[in-house]
Design a protein around this ligand. Structure first.
Ligand code: UDP
Ligand code: MG
Length: 327
């Protein structure tokens, strides 16, 4: 792989990022120009912003940037589809023109200087390079605790999700072509991409505070992502229901034997608490189990519809607009 000919595309998902976008664009542009001057990336490299149905001035800012400089390109969704769909759309669009694609958040929390290390790995022959954060000091207690639990649970379920890796990664064209063959709409890229295989490596980077604006990951979006992660990567929760059902059966059998024992000894009225307790327990376990099964059935239902994962409203290359098809 020749270093100076690498066409690198940065893919930047943006949802209501008007406060931070101009600043981020300048920082990203400076970095890309420095990499070009150093001969590390080709002149045809680009920064592709994906507007994920923002309600503020985000798309207008992206539009202006694309008019000012050919380095910038923009893609706009018809509505908000979520972070995962935005980076997928960016990667699938960039794949046609790029040798390698790096996905990075719009808020500059992820250290852009890590691009050098990403490119080092790529030059050594890696097809996937995962950016992993050094610590979680910029996160609040709640996010730190829930993230720790989530990654622990994912490993327990057998998914080889990389702890503290959050979609800041480089993928070669070869890896992107492989990813394009996956058509699931229940998308959890952090779990799916490690299953692709290929030579890969990890680059550690420092996480900074958000430059401006608020986090766009609401609690609801985080829970949806976690549920998508679990259900798309593992069926072990369904197997756990079987084990749970078996255990409840064992306990029930024990209680039944004890009831017979009480009856045989004339103690028939005893056991009110046990009775109510057992009903509540089995009721709770049954409802929880149905909920888990329902979650999977819901996902099957959505997958079976085969709906497009996102609809593109507009695409701007070299300052010129194209309307685009569906994916
Ligand atoms: N984002 C998106 N669609 C959404 C929510 C977020 O494209 O529905 C983008 C957002 O603009 C940012 C990235 O995903 O570039 C990460 O979001 P954020 O920084 O708000 O998440 P946090 O760092 O707080 O986890
Ligand atoms: Mg952020």
């Amino acid at each position: 792989m020749k270093t100076d000919s690498t066409i690198l595309y940065l893919v930047v998902p943006c949802y209501n990022e008007e406060e931070v976008l101009n600043k981020s664009a300048q920082v990203m542009k400076n970095k890309m120009l420095r990499l070009q001057e150093a001969g590390r990336i080709a002149k045809a490299s680009r920064i592709l912003f994906v507007n994920d149905g923002s309600r503020d001035r985000t798309w207008r800012i992206i539009h202006e940037l694309t008019q000012q400089d050919r380095l910038f390109a923009g893609l706009s969704f018809s509505r908000n589809y979520g972070h995962q769909s935005a980076i997928l759309a960016g990667m699938m669009t960039a794949r046609e023109k790029a040798d390698a694609v790096v996905t990075i958040d719009a808020d500059l929390q992820q250290d852009i200087e890590a691009l050098d290390s990403f490119l080092d790995c790529y030059d050594r022959g890696c097809d996937i390079v995962y950016g992993v954060r050094n610590d979680r000091n910029t996160d609040g207690f709640f996010k730190k605790a829930t993230a720790g639990m989530f990654y622990g649970f994912m490993h327990f379920l057998g998914s080889n999700t990389i702890t503290n890796h959050a979609d800041y990664r480089l993928m070669s064209k070869k890896a992107l072509d492989a990813l394009s063959q996956f058509h699931e709409s229940n998308l959890f890229l952090r779990g799916l991409i490690p299953t692709l295989g290929f030579q890969s490596d990890i680059v550690y980077f420092d996480v900074k505070e958000r430059e401006a604006g608020q986090s766009k990951y609401t609690l609801r979006k985080m829970i949806t992502l976690a549920m998508d992660g679990i259900t798309s990567m593992s069926v072990r929760p369904l197997q756990m229901i079987t084990v749970l059902g078996f255990l409840v059966c064992l306990v029930s059998a024990g209680i039944f034997v004890s009831c017979i024992w009480d009856w045989a000894h004339g103690m028939v009225v005893a056991g009110w608490t046990t009775t109510v307790g057992t009903i509540c327990l089995t009721g709770g376990v049954t409802l929880l189990s149905q909920g888990i099964i329902g979650e999977y059935i819901g996902k099957i239902y959505m997958e079976s519809k085969g709906r497009p994962r996102y609809l593109v409203d507009c695409l701007i290359w070299h300052g010129e607009e194209e309307t685009d098809d569906t994916h």
